[in-house]
Design a binder for this molecule. Structure first.
Ligand code: F6P
Length: 548
């Protein structure tokens, strides 16, 4: 029934697209001087401008009908009530509890989980304070100068992204590093710069079985034991996991082990003990502010009417482009160098959550799901891939993010950065017509034949959509808001597509095949005849290369 209503709402959107297809964004602005005021929303000092999109009031009404047809509000209520919406793993998805400052209980299986969250956070904060003030020290008695987080996916991308974003809130003399890749170069290059006597390793892994993390953890452990002695290991390692028994086997002291719970998805775990490296870097007070920013967004997502709800609009506008216009990718361009890892973080959040082909009930999904999420900071991207954004054959909606002010004084740099951001979003919208180009070339005195030859290359079709997030400064609270906004955007889209955003079975097959192949790659004499011809051929060629 809901599916029929969703398909009917989409058919209405499709007909509406045909109806308004001839309108341009610039034309919509010309016809309505209140467009920016009407199509922008505020959440504290964050402004979400969604006026530069191919949409009008009727589009928004259709999109809200679609959300209601998909029972978005009921699904959101089930999500926040701790129902087991991750139905393939029989778990709730309750990362919001980790940033819950409402004073209300959060129930999982009939038990309030808030006391456990507070107790774990206190333990984590005490440890973070100890590392920061030097009371927690290495085996030689020296305070720590470097923290190395070893983890991958959600146990790396979140803290790595946030530590970089919030680096001005860091402590002088304390540097955080992130090692994720099983490629030994990652650990080697990181350790080459460090003194092990003043280095603390944090092994971050929800499952404590992930191949890459375990390989890096064992190598780091061996390095510490070789250089400082086996006894030093306990002083130089901490761990974050839900599998406390496996951590114990690794040999990490229980006072340095920080747990979390299986109802926290890996890519949603930055708010949990997985944030330890970040909490050490920026300190518990700032980490708390980060959590509060996330909580503010939860409040907004639950309480704001759908048509004034930022994550709801982010999700629905994405669906408008993905499912009605057929655009398959979405760029995220922070005009904020410190958000350099934000697009990579969002790739996991969005594509691991919603890159699915079956519904929650295991039926083929009727619609295209997750867009390809990608991006790099501006202005750098302008000198790389913006050519395609402006003149390529694909339309790629863009999310721009920019602060009103930098954290530290930077002369005129930030104003230049800001001007660039606005200019790009304006250029995407307005474009430049053939007539305008010809007029400009004539003014330059070019002969008619040159104008005719050059003009088509200088035309910008325009009408290319973008959203813009403008906030005061990139501080911990704002980062918390931004992360939570995108988390809920992903949820909104999963609700419309009726998919489970909280499992990730698609990562399993590769892991399984690697477990089968690794022993064959380790042993250069191992039999390969049972493998497919390409895999066997590649292994044989590698063997020939290393034998030379
Ligand atoms: O690659 C899949 C994945 O399971 C992610 O979902 C997860 O964030 C990552 O691996 C790391 O997992 P863990 O924290 O258990 O090491």
């Amino acid at each position: 029934m809901a599916k029929d209503q969703v398909m009917a709402a989409l058919a209405a959107l499709e007909a509406h697209r045909v109806e308004i297809g001839h309108q341009t964004i610039a034309g919509l602005f010309a016809a309505d001087p209140t467009r920016f005021a009407r199509l922008s929303l505020r959440l504290h000092d964050l402004l979400f401008d969604y006026s530069k999109h191919r949409l009008n009031d009727a589009t928004l009404a259709h999109l809200i009908t679609l959300a209601r047809a998909a029972h978005l509000e009921d699904k959101r209520a089930a999500f926040f009530a701790g129902e087991k919406i991750n139905n393939t793993e029989h778990r709730p998805a309750l990362h919001m509890a980790l940033r819950n400052f409402s004073g209300k209980a959060v129930m999982v299986d009939g038990r309030d989980v808030m006391p456990d969250i507070f107790a774990m956070r206190e333990k984590l904060y005490a440890f973070a304070r100890g590392v920061r003030d030097g009371s927690v020290r290495g085996s030689t008695g020296k305070p720590f100068t470097d923290i190395v987080n070893i983890g991958i996916g959600g146990s790396d991308l979140g803290p790595a992204m946030a530590a970089r974003a919030l680096s001005p809130f860091g402590k002088k003399g304390l540097t955080t590093h992130f090692v994720s890749n099983v490629d030994g170069a990652d650990l080697a290059d990181t350790l080459a710069k460090l003194d092990l006597a003043t280095t603390l390793f944090i092994i971050s892994s929800k499952t404590f079985t992930t191949q890459e993390t375990m390989a890096n953890a064992q190598s780091a452990r061996a390095r510490v034991a070789a250089s400082l002695g086996e006894k030093a290991v306990g002083d130089h390692f901490a761990a974050v996991s839900t599998k406390l028994d496996l951590v114990e086997k690794f040999g990490i002291q229980s006072d340095r082990v920080f747990g979390f719970w299986d109802w926290v998805g890996g890519r949603y775990s930055l708010w949990s003990s997985i944030g330890l490296a970040l909490a050490i870097a920026i300190g518990p007070e700032h980490f708390d502010d980060f959590l509060r920013g996330g909580h503010e967004v939860d409040d907004h997502f639950v309480n704001a009417p759908l048509q004034e709800n930022i994550p709801v609009l982010m999700g629905l506008i994405g669906i408008w482009y993905r499912n009605v216009w057929g655009f398959s990718s979405q760029a995220v361009i922070p005009y904020d160098q410190r958000l350099a890892r934000f697009p990579a973080y969002l790739q996991q959040l969005d594509m691991e959550s919603n890159g699915k082909s079956v519904t929650r009930h295991g039926k083929p999904v009727a619609l295209a799901t997750a867009s390809v999420i990608w991006g790099e900071p501006g202005t750098n991207g302008q000198h790389a891939f913006f050519q395609m954004l402006h003149q390529g054959t694909d339309i790629i909606p863009v999310d721009f993010l920019v602060a009103a002010e930098p954290i530290e004084a930077d002369g005129q740099h930030h104003r230049l950065l800001f001007a660039n951001c606005l200019a790009q979003s304006e250029a995407l919208m307005k474009g430049r017509s053939q007539q305008e180009v010809e007029g400009l070339l004539r003014k330059q005195g070019l002969p008619a034949t040159d104008i005719a030859a050059l003009a088509p290359h200088k035309v910008f079709s325009g009408n290319r959509p973008s959203s813009l997030f403008l906030y005061h400064r990139l501080d911990p609270r704002m980062l918390g808001r931004l992360v939570a906004l995108y988390e809920h955007k992903v949820f909104v889209q999963s609700a419309v597509w009726d998919i489970n955003a909280f499992d990730q079975w698609g990562v399993e097959l590769g892991k399984e095949l690697c477990n089968r192949l690794a022993p064959i790659v380790m042993d250069d004499k191992a039999e390969t005849s049972a493998l497919d011809a390409s895999t066997a051929g590649l292994i044989a060629y590698r063997r020939s290369l290393i034998a030379e």
